[in-house]
Design a protein around this ligand. Structure first.
Ligand SMILES: NC(=O)c1ccc[n+]([C@@H]2O[C@H](COP(=O)([O-])OP(=O)(O)OC[C@H]3O[C@@H](n4cnc5c(N)ncnc54)[C@H](OP(=O)(O)O)[C@@H]3O)[C@@H](O)[C@H]2O)c1
Length: 243
C-alpha cells in the first residue's frame, strides 16, 4: 500500500486499471453515475467535493472494435470527457492514462518523442485526448499497455502482435509512483518487456489458441512495444536518493 498525504481523485475506478489502483492507494473513486465525465458540471462538482491534489484520469471508452461503429460515443468519453475532466481540475496535478496504440506499430520500441500515427478510431481519440491534456499546466501523460487480470478473455490470442503490456495489477504500482512524482510532467512511457500477445495470454491461460492479427475485424498496430528507458532511469534515480 502506498502512503501519501495527497488527496487523490480517480476516474474509471471500476475498470481494470482503476480497480487495481484503488487497492494500492487511498483515493476517492466516484462511480460513473456520480462522475459521468461526459457531463462537465459533474466533473466540476466532483473536483469541488473531493478537492484533490492529484486527479488520475483512468475512465475511457476501451472497446477498440466497437469504437469503429460507435464513433460518437467513443469520442464523447475519450475526447470530450477528457477535456471536461482536465478543465474541471483547474491546474491540479492531472494524470492522463494514454496508450501504446497511439503508434502505428511499424517499428516498435517507441520513445516519448516518436511520432504517433493511430491506425484505428479508438487510438485516434486517445491521441486527441493527449493533445488536449498537454495544453494544460501540471499534467502528465502516461503511455502504457495492460490487459485485464485473470484468464484470457478470448479463446485465441495474436501470435503476430508485439506489445509491452502486462496485466493491470502489474502496471498499477508504477502508475501510482509516477502520479506521486509531482515534478514529473509531459509524456512518459511505462511498460513491461516486449512480447507477443499470445505469450502474455499464456501466462494465465496456458491453453489459449493462436490467431493472426490479419484476422482482426479492426485494424490493429503490429508492434506497439514502448521504450521505457526514461522511466527506468527515473526509478533508479529515486531509489538512489532514498538510500
Ligand atoms: N486496457 C488496455 O489495454 C489499455 C491500454 C493502455 C491504456 N488504456 C487506457 O487506460 C484507461 C483505463 O483502461 P481500463 O482497461 O482499465 O478500462 P476499462 O476496464 O474498460 O474501464 C473503463 C472505465 O471507464 C469508466 N467510464 C466509461 N465511460 C465513462 C463515463 N462517461 N464517465 C465516467 N467513467 C466512465 C468505466 O466506468 P463504468 O464501467 O463503471 O461505467 C470504467 O471504470 C483508459 O483510458 C484506456 O484508454 C487501456
Amino acid at each position: 500500500m502506498f502512503k501519501t498525504k495527497k488527496i487523490i481523485l480517480i476516474t474509471g475506478g471500476s475498470g481494470a486499471l482503476g480497480s487495481n489502483i484503488r487497492k494500492l492507494v487511498k483515493c476517492h473513486a466516484p462511480d460513473s453515475k456520480e462522475l459521468d465525465i461526459t457531463d462537465y458540471k459533474k466533473c466540476v462538482n466532483a473536483v469541488g467535493k473531493y478537492n484533490p491534489d492529484i486527479v488520475i484520469h483512468c475512465a475511457g471508452w476501451t472497446d477498440v472494435l466497437a469504437a469503429e461503429k460507435e464513433k460518437t460515443k467513443c469520442w464523447s468519453v475519450n475526447v470530450s470527457g477528457t477535456e471536461n475532466m482536465v478543465r474541471a481540475s483547474k491546474g491540479k496535478r492531472f494524470i492522463y492514462i494514454s496508450t501504446h496504440y497511439v503508434f502505428d506499430g511499424m517499428t516498435g520500441n517507441y520513445k516519448e518523442d516518436d511520432v504517433p500515427n493511430p491506425v484505428n478510431f479508438y487510438s485516434l481519440t486517445k491521441l486527441i485526448g493527449e493533445a488536449i491534456v498537454v495544453q494544460y499546466q501540471n499534467t502528465l501523460i502516461i503511455r502504457t499497455g495492460f490487459k485485464k487480470d485473470g484468464s484470457w478473455e478470448y479463446e485465441k490470442a495474436f501470435v503476430d502482435q508485439w506489445t509491452c503490456s502486462d496485466f493491470s495489477s502489474e502496471r498499477a504500482p508504477d502508475i501510482i509512483k509516477a502520479s506521486l512524482m509531482t515534478t514529473l510532467k509531459g509524456v512518459i512511457h511505462i511498460s513491461g518487456k516486449r512480447k507477443t500477445i499470445y505469450d502474455l495470454a499464456r501466462r494465465t491461460s496456458p491453453n489459449v489458441g493462436k490467431i493472426s492479427i490479419e484476422s482482426a475485424r479492426v485494424k490493429l498496430p503490429r508492434d506497439v512495444s514502448l521504450n521505457s528507458s526514461k522511466w527506468k532511469k527515473l526509478l533508479s534515480k529515486q531509489s538512489r536518493v532514498k538510500k
